[in-house]
Design a protein around this ligand. Structure first.
Ligand code: ZN
Length: 159
């Protein structure tokens, strides 16, 4: 194993042990529950938005159980998208999905810079069975953001 892989593995273990954003919070704009039946991973994720010039992810709170990869991935994702605009958060999700389709080869430097710690999951993309574990939290985020923006649109129409 290369030292880079060891570093990545350590980062995943650290996040699994001491997850960021874990514990559901009240006052959320949308919630999504996702399961990965092949591995038994679960995540219930809430997004809390702040209305600035562009809607922003103020907070991500979640509860979950399952393998280290699934739980660490939600944790890294929570950290990464907090403070990002909804549009940026959705783009980060697209970039992470591209990373998971890279078969472990990774993305260009600019894309990896944007993903930060989430690039630690690069090696996971070599194992098709584990890709769903890494994507679980991101799927919950995407679903919650779609719900939240649908709710906002509805409120605006009613005004
Ligand atoms: Zn898993």
């Amino acid at each position: 194993m290369s030292s880079m892989e060891q570093l990545y593995q350590q980062l995943i273990l650290d996040h699994a042990k001491d997850p960021h954003g874990k514990g559901l919070a009240e006052g959320h704009d949308a919630e999504s529950f996702q399961v990965n039946p092949t591995c038994g991973d679960e995540v219930r994720l809430r997004v809390h938005l702040a209305a600035a010039d562009a809607p922003t992810v103020d907070r991500v709170s979640w509860e979950g159980q399952g393998c280290s990869i699934s739980q660490a991935s939600v944790s890294v994702m929570s950290e990464l998208v907090t403070g990002a605009s909804v549009e940026e958060a959705e783009q980060l999700g697209e970039t992470f999905r591209a990373l998971m389709q890279s078969r472990g080869e990774g993305l260009d430097e600019a894309a990896e810079d944007r993903l930060g710690d989430a690039t630690a999951f690069t090696g996971v993309a070599k194992y098709p069975a584990r890709i769903k574990c890494a994507l679980l939290g991101w799927a919950a985020l995407r679903d919650a953001l779609v719900q939240a923006s649908a709710a906002t649109t509805k409120k605006e129409e009613e005004r």
